[in-house]
Every structure is written in structure tokens, then in C-alpha cells.
Design a protein around this ligand. Structure first.
Ligand SMILES: C[S@@+](CC[C@H](N)C(=O)[O-])C[C@H]1O[C@@H](n2cnc3c(N)ncnc32)[C@H](O)[C@@H]1O
Length: 277
């Protein structure tokens, strides 16, 4: 698959970021997705937007990965669902037998599933149980199919649902619809985790450059970003907040650098983990 000129290209960008900072991300397989084209895209993004996407996305991955690893350890029959999975490697970074379901656009799923099959056959990746669910999250009928699939698949198992790198690209009614699907399917003690951008990000220098870059390069119009704050998260029915943190705080946890402690030079990503009550 060539790097597309649409929002799915961000999946390539993210995997290159995780690969560049693999000692932080702990995603030892991210380099599999790297090609001269993804390196070129990443370098162009770094030059035109900001040079710290590697550290930012590596920290994001590490944060969600460690939550997932703990959840799988504590829940013997757990299931992992990754909405807008892109080229993340979580199923290979957790202990079996936890099955995974990966959801993304059909063209991303087609490419990813065939590559994973090949790499598992070649012994490059360990064998894992992964179901793929091709969908357009903006399509109502796809969402109702997703509701059924998630409900059937989770049944009474504890689940960890991740939405990483996606909440800001979805209209709020779609995000609410997804949260309702999770609430109706997940059993008590299950987790939903996601990253999000707060409304004040619109004044940040890095965001302004990103907005321009994504519009010019991927045709993603600025006004369509979905921004929300902790108040919205507190209002999500059926869940309690376990943790809300941000990338700058996580740099202090996992790194000795201070690259993301300066407002001018970072994209302020926030992370939330919610528990079903
Ligand atoms: C920034 S990437 C994040 C990928 C991955 N979660 C990560 O963190 O590396 C955004 C992902 O969302 C997917 N995506 C965006 N809009 C979507 C939609 N309407 N339906 C399904 N997938 C979508 C893209 O294809 C892409 O894989």
C-alpha cells in the first residue's frame, strides 16, 4: 500500500514515530511498516510541523500499552478492541491468549491483515488471534454492524477498548454513538482508553502548523476537528475516570529529556482511561 493522500496516511506517520523512538514506545515491530516513502513523509512533517512526533507518539503508545498489559494480566479471559488501529502492534506486545479485534477503514485493514498474515507465516511476528473489522466509522450502517460485532464478541468478557489517534477526527455524535456501543457491550470493570485534544489547543503554535499541513497534504479541513475537555469525559454515562494525563506529564515518567515541557514545541495530547461501572 502506498502512503495515501488522506487521513489514513497518519497511520504511517504514527508507526514511523514509534519506530524512531522504539526504546520509549516498546513497539519492537513498528519498524516493519517503515519504507522510504514513510521516512520521507515523516521528515517532511517534522520540518513543516514539529520534530518531536517520535517522542510524543512513543509516549502515547507506551502509556496505553502498559495499561493494556496490566489489564490482560489481571483478567485471564480479557479481549482487546482497537478502534482505528492503524499499524499499531498491540496484539503482539501482550501475552496470549487475549484475542484482539482491529477496526479501521477497509483499505487499511486489507493491507494490514495481509501483511500480518505473511509476517506471522514467516515467523517475523508471533502468532496471535486477531479479527479484522473493516469499517468507515462515519457511516451509520457500518456503525450498527460494529455495534452487533462488538456486542457479540465481548459477550461477558472483560474488555479493553482503545481509541488512539482518532477522537479528534470524528464528529461528536459519532464519538457519542461509539461510547454508547461500548457502554451497552462492556461488562463492569472493563476499560475504555483514548487520547484527545482540548479546545485550547487551537492557540498552540504546533497545532496551527499541523492544521495547515493536514489540510494541504491530506485534505482534512480544520473546522472538522473534534475538541473536548475533562468535563465532557466526566459526563460519559456508565463510566468513571480512572486517569487523565498528558504527554508532558508522561515524558517525566518515562524519559529524562525535557523536549515536551515547552508549550511552543509540543502538541498537547491528553490521555484518558475510563472504567465501566
Ligand atoms: C492517527 S492514525 C492512528 C492509528 C493508530 N491508532 C495509531 O495510534 O498509530 C488514525 C487512524 O484512524 C483511521 N480512521 C480515520 N477516520 C476513520 C474512519 N472514519 N473510519 C475508520 N477508520 C478511520 C485511519 O485510517 C488511521 O488508521
Amino acid at each position: 500500500m502506498e502512503v495515501p493522500n488522506n487521513i489514513s496516511a497518519t497511520a504511517f506517520l504514527s508507526s514511523q514515530s514509534r519506530a524512531r523512538a522504539a526504546e520509549v514506545s516498546k513497539d519492537s515491530y513498528s519498524g516493519l511498516w517503515v519504507s522510504p516513502e514513510t521516512i520521507h513523509l515523516w521528515d517532511d512533517f517534522a520540518e513543516n510541523v514539529y520534530p518531536h512526533d517520535d517522542l510524543e507518539l512513543a509516549l502515547r503508545c507506551r502509556f496505553f500499552l502498559e495499561k493494556l498489559q496490566s489489564f490482560v494480566k489481571e483478567n485471564a479471559n480479557s479481549i482487546f478492541i482497537n478502534i482505528a488501529a492503524g499499524f499499531t502492534s498491540y496484539p503482539f506486545l501482550i501475552e496470549p491468549p487475549c484475542p484482539s479485534i482491529e477496526v479501521d477503514y477497509p483499505h487499511v485493514i486489507d493491507f494490514k491483515s495481509s501483511q500480518l498474515k505473511k509476517w506471522q507465516e514467516e515467523g517475523i511476528l508471533p502468532k496471535r488471534e486477531i479479527e479484522f473489522f473493516p469499517t468507515d466509522l462515519k457511516n451509520a450502517s457500518n456503525l450498527s454492524d460494529l455495534r452487533k460485532a462488538v456486542g457479540d464478541r465481548i459477550y461477558e468478557q472483560p474488555s479493553y477498548i482503545l481509541m488512539e489517534g482518532i477522537t479528534y477526527y470524528l464528529d461528536i455524535p459519532i464519538l457519542k454513538n461509539l461510547l454508547e456501543i461500548f457502554r451497552d457491550s462492556q461488562v463492569k470493570g472493563s476499560l475504555v482508553a483514548f487520547d484527545f485534544w482540548k479546545p485550547d489547543i487551537v492557540n498552540s503554535p504546533v497545532f496551527l502548523k499541523l492544521e495547515k499541513y493536514f489540510a494541504e497534504r491530506f485534505g482534512f479541513e480544520a473546522r472538522t476537528y473534534n475538541l473536548f475537555d475533562a468535563e465532557f469525559i466526566s459526563s460519559i454515562e456508565g463510566y468513571e475516570i480512572v486517569e487523565i494525563t498528558d504527554v508532558a506529564q508522561q515524558e517525566k515518567v518515562y524519559c529524562t529529556s525535557e523536549l515536551l515541557q515547552n508549550y511552543e514545541s509540543l502538541l498537547m495530547e491528553n490521555y484518558a482511561v475510563l472504567i465501566k461501572v
